[in-house]
Structures are given as C-alpha cells and as structure tokens.
Write a protein of this length. Structure first.
Length: 381
C-alpha cells in the first residue's frame, strides 16, 4: 500500500512539518508563495492554524479569498488536527514534497510549482521522471479514427522500447496511448486534473485503475479537492516537465494539447507531430505546428529509432554484466536493506545520492536479491 514518504527527516522536512504542509495544501487558493509567507509570519504552520481570522487580513483589513475555505477546514479538523487528519487522509497516500530526494527538480522551478505531488502506483518510476526519462503523448479529446490508431501504436512502440508513457488520461488521444502502453506491458504515467480518488471522465475509472497498477498516477490536487476546469489546463505543465520529448497526435487550434506542445517547444524539447487530415477541425492545431517546423511523425518506428532504448529496457533484458554485479551484491547496501528501507533512508544511511543508488538497487532487484515496494521502498528477499 502507498503511504506518506519519507518518514525520516529529509532536508528539514521532518514528519510534523510534512503533515502540516499537506494539511494546509488541501486549502483551495493557497499556493507556494503564500504558504512560505505564513510560515515566516507565524513561525510555523502549526502556529498559523491556531491564529485568529483577523491575523490573516491583508492591507486595509481585507480578508483573503481563501480564508472561508481555511475556516471550514479548521472547523472540520479542530485545534489539534494532525492525528485525525493523518489517519483519515494521509494513510495509504503517496506524497512528494519539494525537498524530497525523488521530487523532480524541474517541477520546483515552475512559475507556480505544486505544493505537493500525490501519487499511487510504482514508486520506482520516480527516479526516471526526475531525470525526464519518459515520453509525453498528448492530443485532442475528439480525435479521428486515424488519430486513435496512431496514439495506440505510439503507446505500444514506446512500451516495447522501455519508455514510460506520460499523458493526461483524458478521453481520446490520452486514453488511447495509455491503452497501447498497457497492451505491451509498459509503464504508463497519468497526470490527473482530479484528486486520486476521482476519475474523469468517469468511464475511465477502469483504465485509471490499470494505470495505477502497472504504472503511476500523479496529481497536485489533494484528497477531497473540488474539480475545477483550470486544474486540467494546469496539469499540462507537469506532463511536459516530466518528459524528455513530446508527441502531439492530433489537436485543434485551441486546446490544452497544443499548449503543452508549445511549452515543449519553448523548453527546446524534441517535438514530433502526427499529420492529420487538413479538412478536419481536430487536426488544424497540430498541422499548424508542422507548418512552423515541428518534426513530422509518420511511423512510430521512426520515433523509437530517434529516441533509442528507454530507461526500462534493462529491466526486461538484463545484460550479463548487470546480472553479475547484482549477484555479487553490495554488502553495505544489503545490510541497510535488512529491515526494509526507503530511498531517502538509504541516502541518509549510506551518504549517497539517489542517482548513484538507483542503478545498484536495480541490479540487486534483477538478480533476485531484493524486491521493490510502493513508496520507493526496497526489502531483502
């Protein structure tokens, strides 16, 4: 079962502060800058929780727009909320906070970075996402049959080549590429515009469960958050930030997929576009990018030839050298894993970086010496 990570202190994020941060992050309207300001103003978020309403007033005594939501939270959880809140909300919840070893560094650099990334699924994918070792596939919710077929084919090809496939799990192109990825035993990564317990569209509930079991579900929306249209547009920045390249299958001139593609172009990421019927409304945006110089994609095999093997290919076909290294093992690492440990714990205990530990853990897992568990945890077999 997923759970809150890490449990040990990590760069100042001791457990109490983590829980307070996640509780405040569930208040709509509060962002990174505001929470940092509240910490400075009151000394801690615990002290801010007990502050009277007038203490939050702005210049001229103006009440901030988020104050009614905060008051509702305080009425719900009371003056000492952590025990009840963490038991009801944080149990079984994977969460990464800025400063955690696995938190993707480029996400922190966004103009409006998320307060937390809530997740469910295979935590072993986080090191790949932190290094942008994934491919994003985006497109319209109302594609042509050709667009759907290409999206599925691209998902299958990326899975076979060992690439995690990132998309938004929306109707149309998103769902098609994830189904293609799942069909080849790949690792789909869905960035949601809803909390983890919600499915949108509703008929994707089964697909969302499959993605969570085979890959990873990610959202910046805390448990119980209301679903707002702006959340679906905001997730595009995360889709692009986690990817090494972006594939646009089909989209009209005004769409979130086109915005994501332009973000990728601005970040100088490789951008492939599948050409569509010039007469179709749903292809005008993607075709326009081709006219502006995006790389045309006619065959998924061309994409794989350009990308090369993905970071997951070694897990399917380990080389003899990797197997031998794993068989010999690492005495210090194996000793640290005797009772099970998280990646953050191993970094602290062994004074090593996550990037240096990840390949050693993979080698031991391939050799059958250890097993990975949800929450970036490993345990001896």
């Amino acid at each position: 079962m997923d759970r809150l990570v890490p449990l040990r202190p990590r760069r100042g994020w001791e457990r109490q502060r983590r829980l307070w941060w996640l509780l405040w992050a569930s208040c709509p309207g509060l962002g990174w800058v505001r929470l940092r300001a509240l910490e400075r103003q009151f000394g801690s978020l615990a002290a801010a929780w007990l502050a009277p309403a007038q203490a939050f007033a702005g210049p001229g005594g103006a009440e901030p727009a988020w104050l009614p939501d905060l008051q509702a939270l305080r009425r719900r959880w009371g003056p000492q909320p952590l025990a009840a809140w963490s038991a009801e909300v944080a149990a079984g919840l994977g969460a990464l906070l800025p400063g955690d070893a696995a938190f993707p560094p480029l996400v922190t650099a966004l103009e409006r970075p998320p307060l937390a990334l809530y997740w469910r699924g295979r935590g072993s994918l986080w090191p790949h996402l932190a290094r942008r070792r994934a491919v994003a596939v985006v497109g319209t919710r109302r594609p042509s049959r050709h667009g759907l077929a290409m999206a599925e084919a691209i998902g299958r090809a990326l899975a076979e080549a060992g690439w995690p496939v990132v998309s938004g799990l929306a109707d149309g192109i998103d769902g098609a590429c994830h189904r293609g990825c799942l069909a080849r035993g790949g690792r789909p990564v869905a960035v949601l515009g809803t909390p983890l317990e919600r499915s949108y569209p509703r008929h994707h509930q089964g697909l969302q469960q499959q993605v969570g079991q085979a890959g990873l579900l990610i959202t910046e929306q805390p448990p119980g958050a209301s679903v707002r249209p702006g959340h679906f547009a905001a997730r595009n920045r995360l889709v692009v930030t986690l990817a090494a390249a972006v594939v646009l299958v089909e989209c009209p001139e005004r769409s979130g997929a086109l915005q994501a593609a332009r973000m990728a172009w601005q970040q100088q990421l490789p951008l492939w576009v599948v050409p569509g019927d010039a007469a179709r409304f749903s292809s005008r945006g993607s075709n326009r990018l081709l006219a502006e110089g995006a790389t045309v994609l006619l065959d998924p095999a061309d994409l794989i030839r350009q990308l090369g093997p993905g970071p997951l290919v070694a897990q399917e076909t380990p080389s003899p050298a990797v197997g031998a290294a794993a068989a010999h093992g690492d005495a210090a690492l194996l000793a640290a894993l005797a009772g099970g440990a998280s990646l953050e714990q191993l970094c602290l205990d062994l004074q090593s970086s996550a990037s240096s530990l990840a390949p050693r853990l993979l080698a031991l897992e391939l050799a059958g010496r250890i097993r990975s568990e949800p929450g970036l945890q490993w345990r001896l077999l």
